[in-house]
Design a binder for this molecule. Structure first.
Ligand code: ADP
Length: 144
């Protein structure tokens, strides 16, 4: 039923990833689907506000991108999905905006997301998860 599943991953949160693995596996096995993994490198508007030089920022951004890609690829291996089913995306920006944007681009028919960081128990839904639940045009599975 699902053809395109989007799984946004916060690469700094192993516990969150661990939670979503069985759900992604279940849906990917039942369905003939492509699973798109996305990690968003948050942009740092703070630096540019301080007028830090572009030349200083650029290599750092490139390095961040490569590191994030490497980490995401390692994480994706934990899901044990056939390589053909998997596509990995790394972009910079606001996590919630980029998650919603990619969902449109790949015509996601399901998004699987963890609710929030386990150590921040005050909120039932983190800010990114909340925005995705509210604005996504497809079903969202919130793992908790
Ligand atoms: P919290 O504020 O507690 O971290 P979030 O709403 O940010 O809660 O995180 C919930 C989920 O949102 C994560 O499990 C992940 O799926 C997604 N998410 C958060 N940050 C990112 C990010 N930088 N890139 C991709 N997905 C993210």
């Amino acid at each position: 039923m699902y053809k395109s599943i989007l799984v946004p991953i916060d690469v700094s949160e192993d516990e969150l990833t661990r939670q979503v693995i069985p759900f992604v596996q279940a849906h990917a096995v039942i369905n003939i689907s492509k699973v798109h993994f996305l990690t968003v490198i948050p942009s740092f508007p703070y630096y540019s506000t301080l007028g830090l030089a572009y030349s200083v920022e650029m290599p750092e951004q490139r390095e961040l991108q490569l590191k994030a890609e490497e980490k995401l690829n390692d994480i994706v291996k934990l899901f044990k999905l056939p390589e053909l089913k998997v596509q990995v995306h790394v972009v910079s920006g606001s996590p919630k905006d980029q998650i919603l944007r990619l969902a449109e681009t790949i015509e996601a028919d399901l998004i699987i997301i963890a609710s929030h960081r386990p150590d921040i128990s005050t909120y039932l839904l983190g800010s990114n998860a909340a925005a995705v639940v509210r604005h996504a045009k497809c079903p969202v599975l919130v793992v908790r």
